[in-house]
Design a protein around this ligand. Structure first.
Ligand code: CAA
Length: 284
């Protein structure tokens, strides 16, 4: 299948990153969000990233402008997705919201359009089931920060066709990423492995084993992780971490995925990590 037009739903951290790498790869991109100010914030983030690339002489000023010109922004879903070859959804991690978006997409998109979700843990098969084209629904899970991280976890729903899988695999490569094939189980692979580690690090704080700084030092210096698990949790967002742990806990029914009570407490307090200014660390 030939992909030319990519539609990205959501201009947040993930959506804007996906729009950036798609535009850098030469695709015509339309980026949707619910408010102009969110779109502007997304475009500013992309502009800053590209500015850094210009400063490092990786791209020219003209190339930066060409990339930005390939990104069209809109608050209208018909305008964003009505002529897309693939839609990559990166809206809030909420099944009802995503189901609603996919129902709409199924109605307005041409028959050939692939519907992909950047969900970090919601079942692709369940999202696909609200559409009349489950064989064209797939998971495309990018990592944060999208312009830097090489992985795209490509998740096959129960009905995803081989042709759609192959198209998305190739698209990921064309976007400069390395696709890895994964089946549809709670947390896929990335979060099934990452989140219990983060949750365990939070238990270590909760039980007074060590300070957050000490735990992060152990993992950075001892295991060569670029960020310690608690810094990473703050970076991902503690609400997102809790949500993913709940998905694992519910999906497998196994107590090994029980979210740490301290994680719950922080989220209840509004300590969501970097984005709220406070999590395991404080931020300006
Ligand atoms: N957006 C774009 N580019 C960014 C960036 C951002 N938010 N943050 C850093 N960068 C770029 C920098 O510009 C720099 O680029 P160059 O090498 O081209 O100069 C490069 O990344 C390295 O940055 P720094 O030198 O400033 O800092 P660093 O070496 O500490 O790297 C990092 C920063 C890449 C974020 C690194 O700390 C890292 O890899 N951390 C772990 C990230 C991770 O695990 N992500 C996955 C999270 S889980 C997830 O996303 C899935 C989920 O479902 C929850």
């Amino acid at each position: 299948m030939d992909i030319k037009r990519v539609s990205v739903l959501g201009a947040g951290q993930m959506g804007s990153g996906i729009a950036q790498v798609a535009a850098q790869a030469g695709y015509q991109v339309s980026m949707l969000d619910t408010k102009e100010e969110f779109l502007q914030r997304g475009i500013n983030r992309i502009g800053k990233n590209l500015e850094r690339s210009v400063a490092k002489e990786r791209i020219t000023e003209d190339e930066k402008n060409e990339i930005l010109n390939r990104i069209h922004t809109t608050t209208g879903i018909q305008e964003a997705a009505g002529d897309a070859d693939i839609v990559i959804e990166a809206v809030v991690e909420n099944m009802e919201v995503k189901a609603d978006v996919f129902r709409k997409l199924d109605k307005i998109c041409p028959g050939h359009t692939i519907l992909a979700s950047n969900t970090s843990s919601l079942p692709i098969t369940e999202i696909a089931a609200v559409t009349k084209r489950p064989e064209q629904v797939i998971g495309m899970h990018f990592m944060n920060p999208v312009p830097v991280m090489k992985l795209v976890e490509v998740i096959r729903g129960l009905a995803t066709s081989d042709e759609v899988f192959a198209t998305v695999e190739q698209l990921s490569r064309d976007m400069g990423k390395n696709p890895v094939e994964v089946n549809d189980f709670p947390g896929f692979v990335s979060n099934r492995v990452l989140m219990p580690m983060i949750n365990e690090a939070i238990y270590a704080v909760y039980e007074g084993v060590a300070t957050p700084e000490a735990i992060d030092d152990v993992m950075k210096m001892g295991m060569n992780h670029p960020m310690g698990p608690l810094t990473l949790a703050d970076f991902i967002g503690l609400d997102t971490c809790l949500y993913i742990m709940e998905t694992l806990y519910e999906g497998f029914g196994d107590s090994k995925y029980r979210p740490c009570p301290l994680l719950r407490k922080y989220v209840k307090a509004g300590w969501l990590g970097k984005k709220s200014g406070r999590g395991f660390y404080t931020y300006e």
